[in-house]
Write a protein that binds this ligand. Structure first.
Ligand code: ADP
Ligand code: MG
Length: 728
């Protein structure tokens, strides 16, 4: 019987791009047609209800029941006009991905006949029996109910025949069990803190928005080949596989022409995204073979994050129609680039000012410098918290692997801006500035926009780069929910802005003039956060040494990094601000540790099964071929065969050596797992898995990859790297 690999390869040869009927006309004609958008609300809601909803969205408030009934009626009418029969509360539990439980609109009417029913209570709240979502010990089985509650700030949308209502997810006791709840709180905190600081400069500012533009990287693999790789199917990455003779050395994939089958998939994906009101804009080939990127126009963080969650879902679904599987894992293939999700992030006011864009006059630039330096200080102090939100089992294969930002958190500013900050440190003394100094400084600051306009130096190796009018946090993993990173950043900056205001107000009270007080604190922040500022090559070994000297942390172990989530600084940022309670934070820590343990455990099991059931038998079968050859030669050639079969005999020996090594390593891994599994404390267990189980995976892999080079290609059961990475 042909192996799955060969069946898949044979099928693949016949594969063509799917013929698609894309909607005619302009994107703007169908953009957002599956969203209960402002336009739809105007059409389907009573004017008074519409007004109430808009005001609730603007203020971030809840909606009362009577209004909810009005909204539900309009939403139902709109949904039924779009052939919808189910509704679901769509939420983001602490697993990877989103959750939904569908209920039909169907119910019995008063006369016993079936009617379509969807009322305010269905819209506002659901009680999914969600006892098996990760909760970190918060949810006891006797209080297993969870509640989902409508997030008014993110519009409802339609997938297939289902109306999806974005919701938060909390426990019976009111504890957050999802990513969205703390994110919304962090966004609220940064709004408030930033408005207070903006008031120094402009009294008209009443709201500050946080914006996110994510860049989603992903791999596409032929579905048939994917199905023949149990490791990809069960763990999302290849646990073995010798590198392809050619992969990304020639740098010929990045920005290359997009293969037709892929291009058709991308167009299909874009159309679906655009119908869902997701402003996808950019697509291109990435560095590794079969690696691609999709990016939208940036949006307000909560909406942008919902859209990213939705996109990952839509991608997986549509890829199947095109005979592809999407890999969102951070490191599906060893030896070629992994996938990240750059988070482009900025803050902007309701007066239309981007707080990370230098202004047109000295006052605007003071505002800019204020926010820039506060971000620097926040990231410096919060480096460990930030990392703890993004370093997990899968992303740990990517961070620091010389293709992705290191596990050291630093900020890139570029030469011009760095020079500007140096200037401030040197010129603004703690004492009063002389009039000449003031003029010189104001002139310098006033020149910022043109300077930055010309400032095209882009540093790709920095985890947190200033890119002209925004920061780009590059360490986020491709499979991540951006809410983790976004909650941390916004919360950290909120806390720092509050500190900043306290200090400035303190100086003003002492009689220092406002402008000067602001300058003095800015200067202090620049000096204090200097260690986190690094414009050089983040991939270099010199940087590792230098960063250590500067006292920056460099943590690559997942459990160690996670422990920072519950340290005093993290608590100050998250708990004191009310973004998470102490209990919720502890629960999150536990959930992440558990996820880590389970992922390594699954990988170890899959590895064990694969080598024992696929690889070792194949190696032995090939060894038997060699043995037959040697004995056959002896029969035919007699004593002469001894010299002629020397190579074969060596290979026979090699195969045996690898097989013996594999078997003993697998046994060692199983024994280590047994010991680890007995450990009760989840943190100790995670550390043990990291130390004793995880390394076995690479050690076993080494021998498997060597065997792949020896064994007859026809017999090898698993699709090889050259096939996974180049067939499309
Ligand atoms: P890159 O050159 O970094 O690969 P891309 O064009 O792929 O850039 O993606 C940049 C992302 O940054 C887009 O989503 C874009 O909308 C977003 N972006 C641009 N300006 C801002 C901003 N002020 N705030 C947040 N995101 C932004
Ligand atoms: Mg890009």
């Amino acid at each position: 019987m042909a192996t799955l690999r060969f069946q898949a390869l044979t099928n693949l040869m016949q594969k063509e791009a799917v013929k698609m009927d894309f909607p005619a006309g302009r994107v703007s004609d169908f953009y957002g047609e599956l969203v209960f958008s402002d336009e739809a609300m105007k059409k389907y809601l009573q004017p008074s209800v519409y007004k109430a909803v808009k005001s609730a969205i603007a203020k971030g408030e809840l909606i009362d029941r009577t209004i909810a009934d009005g909204v539900a009626a309009g939403m139902k009418a709109w949904a039924i006009d779009h052939n919808v029969v189910h509704y679901t509360h769509w939420f983001q539990p602490l697993t990877d991905g989103t959750a939904e439980k569908h209920d039909g609109f169907i119910n019995y009417g008063p006369d016993g006949r079936v009617i379509e029913e969807f009322a305010g209570k269905h819209l506002a709240q659901q009680e999914p029996d969600a006892s098996s979502f990760p909760n970190g010990g918060i949810r006891q089985t006797f209080e297993a109910r969870g509640y989902t509650a409508w997030d008014v700030s993110s519009p409802a949308f339609i997938v297939g025949s289902t109306l999806c209502i974005p919701t938060i997810f909390i426990s019976y006791t009111g504890d957050a069990l999802d990513y969205k709840t703390p994110l919304l709180k962090a966004l609220h905190a940064v709004d408030k803190a930033a408005v207070d600081v903006c008031q120094y400069f402009d009294k008209n500012v009443t709201k500050v928005y946080s914006y996110l533009g994510w860049e989603q990287e992903y791999f596409l693999v032929d579905l048939g080949l994917y199905m023949a790789r149990p490791d990809l199917m069960l763990t999302g990455r290849t646990l073995m596989g010798h590198s392809s003779a050619k992969d990304q050395q020639l740098e010929d994939h990045y920005f290359g022409s997009i293969p037709e089958r892929v291009a058709v998939f991308m167009r299909d994906l874009e159309v679906e995204c655009q119908r869902l009101g997701i402003p996808v804009k950019t697509r291109h080939n990435e560095v590794a073979p079969n690696q691609f990127e999709l990016a939208p126009i940036y949006e307000e963080v909560n909406l942008a994050n919902d859209h990213n969650q939705l996109v990952m879902d839509v991608m997986k679904r549509l890829a199947r129609h095109h005979g592809f599987e999407v890999l969102l894992h951070e490191k599906p293939f060893a030896g070629v680039n992994g996938s990240g999700k750059h988070n482009n992030w900025s803050l902007g006011t309701d007066t239309g000012v981007n707080l990370f864009a230098p202004g047109k006059n000295p006052k605007g630039n003071m505002l800019f410098l204020t926010f820039l330096t506060n971000v620097m200080a926040a990231v410096y102090k919060g480096q460990d918290l930030l990392r703890s939100m993004i370093l997990n089992a899968s992303n740990s294969h990517r961070l620091g692997a010389n293709e992705a930002p290191p596990a050291i958190i630093s900020i890139f500013l570029g030469t011009q801006l760095s020079a500007m900050l140096n200037n401030i440190v040197e010129k603004v003394s703690d004492s009063k500035m002389s009039p000449e100094e003031k003029t010189a400084l104001k002139l310098g600051v006033g020149r910022l926009p043109e300077i930055l306009l010309d400032n095209t130096d882009r540093n790709r190796t920095s985890p947190f780069a200033f890119t002209g009018d925004r920061f780009e946090f590059r360490a986020v993993g491709s499979s991540a929910n951006c809410a983790g990173a976004m909650t941390a950043i916004n919360a950290m900056v909120a806390e720092q802005l509050v500190e900043f205001k306290k200090e400035v107000d303190g100086l003003i009270e002492k009689g220092v003039k406002k402008d000067e007080a602001i300058f003095q604190v800015i200067r202090k922040l620049i000096i204090e956060s200097a260690p986190v500022h690094f414009d050089g090559n983040g991939y270099s070994d010199e940087w590792k040494a230098e960063a250590a000297k500067r006292g920056l942390t460099n943590i690559t172990s997942v459990p160690e990094s996670l422990s920072k989530m519950v340290e005093p600084h993290a608590k100050k940022i998250l708990v004191e601000s009310g973004i998470l309670s102490e209990r919720e934070l502890a629960a999150r820590h536990e959930v992440e540790l558990e996820k880590f343990v389970k992922k390594v455990q699954i990988e170890a099991r899959v590895m064990g099964d694969l080598v024992i059931n696929h690889i070792v038998p194949t190696a032995l079968a090939y060894q038997n071929v060699l043995i037959k050859n040697v004995t056959g030669m002896k029969e035919v050639m007699g004593a002469e065969a001894d010299a002629l079969t020397e190579n074969e005999k060596q290979l026979i020996r090699k195969v045996s050596e690898h097989v013996i090594a594999i078997r003993s390593k697998v046994q060692q891994m199983i024994d280590a797992r047994k010991v680890c599994n007995k450990i009760e404390d989840i943190e100790a267990k995670a550390f043990a898995y990291d130390k004793d189980v995880r390394p076995c995976l690479d050690e076993i892999r080494y021998h498997v990859d060597k065997l792949e080079l020896i064994v007859d290609n026809e017999m090898w059961p698993l699709p090889k790297y050259r096939e996974l990475l180049f067939f499309r």
